[in-house]
Design a protein around this ligand. Structure first.
Ligand SMILES: [Cu+2]
Length: 128
């Protein structure tokens, strides 16, 4: 990982804090989102986001729509999007592509048929 000037991190923090996407989503404690990435460790190129969705009762939830949005920690890159509307025993496999090596964050949003949503952000480092 390349060293970046400290001021750049402050700019990024301000930009992240000012972002409006997060406010679209009401996190709910009743849904648990876990993410695994294939291959691991993540490397530039094709990948699969393996999202596991569990309800408050600990049971797998398979009837949600899962949306993924991958962004890099620096500006100027197109986000990578993926979504899938059916899971297998609570596991959703979303084809994905890491378009560049470096630090990424992936926002996973789960929407249930009744409109309930949950979201979680994952930080990942992708090898070149
Ligand atoms: Cu990039």
């Amino acid at each position: 990982m390349t060293a970046k000037p400290v001021w750049l991190w402050f700019v990024l923090l301000v930009l992240l804090a000012a972002g409006c996407r997060q406010s679209d989503v009401t996190p709910t404690a009743s849904l648990q989102i876990e993410l695994r990435v294939e291959p691991t460790p993540p490397t530039v190129g094709d990948a699969v986001l393996v999202v596991t969705l569990t309800g408050a009762d600990g049971q797998p939830v398979s009837d949600a729509t899962i949306s993924a949005r991958g962004d890099m920690s620096h500006a100027g890159m197109a986000p990578v999007l993926a979504d899938l509307d059916i899971g297998d025993n609570g596991v959703y496999r979303l084809p994905f592509r890491w378009t560049m090596g470096g630090d990424w964050f992936v926002d996973i949003t789960a929407t249930l048929p009744d409109g309930t949503t949950a979201a979680r952000r994952f930080d990942l480092t992708v090898a070149s």
